[in-house]
Design a binder for this molecule. Structure first.
Ligand SMILES: *Cc1c(COP(=O)(O)O)cnc(C)c1O
Length: 387
């Protein structure tokens, strides 16, 4: 049923990344912005589990101007893969990393004077000027200098010739909530802080604050640059954003059946034997994907998979590297009448098979989490196949 299939040779389990969808999503978000607004594509956590280097290169062809990562190592990986665009680090790393940052021309978030000056010293010693993004906390209470103290921090570091402000940014806690008062307050505090820096005659660099929900819902905070993440990967940050642009999921997760049994009624399945075969004519099939691959154990007995275009029920506890599902063969009273499956058949854990689809949002709801975590988790160990 699943066609055009490529599968790793050494393991019947993989993540499929649709680079066409990624390019289309990137272009769709870019279309929401004015012509002169830049697009910073967030590829932290290995591009939310999708593979940072391949994704960044595809995004470049679809309108990406800059990239953002979470750690120094993530930035180095992009540089070593030949990415020349500006790369921001969305947190202030440990001061021990300044040499690596300078060597690779990365632009960290800055909100401590001591870090900023250490960065400047290091850059000056190398005959360079390091760029940074001033991080301002406007109400999320995560990182950044308090909005009231932003100008003061700038004044305390601006004398240093080894550093230059490439950008000034904040991050919203509630951009995904329509008509939210806290969002408005964060935006106002941010604009005030930016105005103060401007009025003092200091350069703010690029002003940016819009994550995916703000990019989609709040054009007036696009400023100089939008900083989109989840939408690039075809996932919506909230129900409201579905109306704004048409995005397609980039990641699918598939495996092949490594064993098919037709056990006697009463036979138990997986650790704890929490499931027992209830009827004759039930096939119990094994797929080599488990919680170490990002398939949360919380989903045990509470998820479906797709085989030959049909939905089948996962049964028993999900193991570290494998799980089982049942196929009720030719049984009208069963979960769904299904034709028998075979060793080697392709199983879709996330994505589409025929007319059936399992979305990251479905899985997230069953796990009591968000689609972001679902795709990040599948990036952990599974080999990625780019299609
Ligand atoms: C992760 C992150 C983003 C991207 O957020 P999305 O909701 O995925 O678009 C933007 N800015 C900062 C500071 C982030 O940490």
């Amino acid at each position: 049923m699943v066609r055009g299939l490529r599968c790793p040779e050494d393991r019947w389990a993989w993540v499929e990344i649709n680079l066409d969808a990624l390019r289309q999503n990137t272009a769709a978000l870019k279309r929401l912005m004015d012509r002169d607004t830049l697009m910073m594509c967030v590829v932290k956590a290995d591009a939310y589990g999708h593979g940072a280097v391949r994704c960044a290169k595809a995004m470049l062809r679809a309108g990406a101007d800059q990239f953002a990562v979470a750690t120094v190592a993530e930035g180095v990986e992009l540089r070593e893969a030949g990415i020349r665009q500006p790369i921001a680090i969305l947190s202030e790393p440990p001061v021990e990393t300044v040499q690596t940052i300078v060597d690779h021309d990365l632009s960290p978030a800055v909100f401590n004077q001591s870090f900023a000056l250490a960065l400047g010293e290091c850059a000056a010693a190398a005959g360079k000027v390091a760029t940074y993004h001033l991080a301002i906390d406007t109400g999320m209470t995560r990182i950044g200098v308090n909005w009231r103290d932003a100008l003061e921090l700038r004044r305390s570091i601006d004398f240093h010739r080894g550093i230059e402000c490439a950008g000034t940014f904040t991050h919203f806690a509630t951009a995904d909530v329509p008509r939210d008062w806290d969002f408005e307050m964060q935006a106002r505090r941010f604009f005030d802080a930016v105005d103060n820096i401007d009025a003092a005659g200091l350069s703010t660099g690029l002003v940016h604050c819009a994550n995916t929900p703000a990019t989609m819902m709040h054009p007036r905070v696009h400023m100089d640059m939008c900083r989109a993440g989840i939408g690039l990967y075809g996932l919506y940050p909230s129900a409201e954003t579905r109306k704004v642009a048409n995005l397609s999921p980039v990641m699918s997760v598939r495996g092949r059946i490594t064993r098919v049994e037709r056990p006697e009624v009463g036979t138990g399945v997986s650790y704890g034997l929490t499931y027992r075969v209830p009827r004759p004519n039930i096939q119990i099939c094994t797929v080599p994907i488990g919680y170490a691959d990002g398939l949360s154990r919380v989903l045990s007995g509470n998820m479906d998979v797709l085989v030959n275009g049909e939905r089948c029920r996962q049964v028993g506890r999900i193991c570290m590297d494998q799980f089982m599902f049942e196929v009720s063969v030719n049984n009208v009273r069963a979960y769904r009448p299904t034709r028998a499956v075979e060793y080697g058949d392709v199983v879709t854990i996330l994505g589409s098979d025929g007319s059936e689809t399992i979305l990251a949002d479905d899985m997230a709801a069953r796990r009591n989490t968000i689609n972001y975590e679902v795709v990040c988790d599948f990036g952990l160990r599974l080999q990625k196949i780019y299609v």
